[in-house]
Ligand binder design. Structure first.
Ligand code: SAM
Length: 333
């Protein structure tokens, strides 16, 4: 009998240790953001085509054997998937998984924040692009700002910390709110993170009009008050207003690409393991899983996805390949 000897790391061809898996649990979103999935832009994947909880857990177990230690749950809107706390509990208890985090739009968070925390969720990113109710409707197609704030409050009460608020900055849409979001960090320990708009999916053609470079975001902030620089966290350059409880981050995938430091793989809700946000669909795991693939062969498929990681699309001049006709909801943002 042969025993699997746990590897300490999953290396890509450029010597990067791949230790982070983004798991999209559903492509369906309950919002229709103008920059992501405008109304009618994609048909949702039928339930039977989505990976089951058991299939996701099997992939994460195999990935953990190879050295993946961080998992981020995303979508679509992950909280639309029934039973998410149970899945998070299962993933959190897998040997080798040190951290399970979640990216959500926050609209359904109030009712399940306690359950998520009890299930072992460690960290939470909440996407919030405006502080104005009428604008929330314009951007997302729904009246949901109060629900998001109820979700944020519930997350704080449940002890989920830090709370990161992700803001995609778009010219003429919400770029005038950069200062207001920054002000929010004065009295609350939130980590507000301004993200550059990326040309992905059906809204890619609007990129030239909507894009606001990180430098411009920063100059607006610095114009108002001196910022102190904090240690960068992951892909975010971080700053703090004088005496503020929270921090301000700027994430610049377009103007200062960070592909060279990418250590991620992405599992789509329909079971493809994608080496890079900008690569094609990736390696199909669903059919092999449903055909009863042994764990050893599943690990080989995961290794093949890591081996296919490109050095970095953006690092090589910013040409975006056609595959990014898919939306962030389909890829797993
Ligand atoms: N529904 C969840 C949410 O809203 O956080 C998770 C999925 S959503 C696709 C993940 C993230 O992708 C969100 O923070 C969203 O703002 C970001 N996103 C979507 N399209 C984007 C784009 N074109 N450029 C930059 N970020 C984008």
């Amino acid at each position: 009998m042969t025993f699997w000897k746990k590897r300490t790391s999953l290396l890509d061809p450029f010597g990067r240790t791949v230790d982070y898996l983004r798991v999209s649990v559903i492509d369906h979103c309950n919002l229709q953001c103008i920059y992501c999935v405008p109304p009618g832009s994609i048909p949702w994947t039928p339930k039977a085509e989505l990976l089951t909880d058991a299939e996701i857990a099997r992939v994460v177990r195999a990935a953990a054997d190879l050295g993946i230690c961080k998992v981020r749950i995303t979508g679509g809107e992950p909280l639309v998937r029934p039973g998410l706390p149970d899945l998070i509990q299962t993933l959190s208890s897998i040997s080798g998984i040190e951290e399970v985090s979640l990216t959500t739009n926050g609209t359904l968070l109030a009712r399940c924040a306690q359950d998520l925390a009890a299930a072992g969720l460690k960290r939470l990113n909440i996407s919030l692009d405006t502080l104005w109710p009428h604008r929330f409707r314009q951007i997302t197609g729904f009246d949901g700002l109060d629900q998001v704030w109820a979700g944020i409050t519930a997350a704080v009460s449940a002890g989920l910390s830090p709370i990161k608020l992700n803001v995609v900055v778009m010219r003429g849409i919400n770029d005038d709110e950069v200062g207001d979001f920054a002000t929010l960090t004065r009295g609350h320990p939130y980590q507000v993170r301004f993200i550059e708009f990326m040309p992905i999916g059906p809204t890619a053609h609007r990129w030239r009009d909507l894009f606001v470079p990180a430098e411009e975001i920063l100059s607006r902030l610095e114009g108002a008050e001196p910022l102190t620089q904090e240690c960068p966290e992951g892909v975010a350059h971080r700053f703090r207003l004088p005496g503020a409880a929270g921090t301000i981050g700027v994430i610049s995938p377009m103007s200062r690409p960070f592909c060279g430091a990418c250590t991620r793989l992405r599992l789509s809700a329909d079971g493809y393991l994608r080496p890079c946000l900008f690569s094609g669909k990736g390696v199909d795991l669903k059919d092999p899983l449903r055909a009863g693939i042994p764990l050893r062969k599943l690990r080989l498929l995961i290794q093949s996805a890591a081996a296919a990681k490109p050095e970095g699309w953006m690092a090589k001049g910013g040409a975006i390949p056609e595959a990014v006709a898919q939306t962030m909801c389909e890829i797993g943002g």
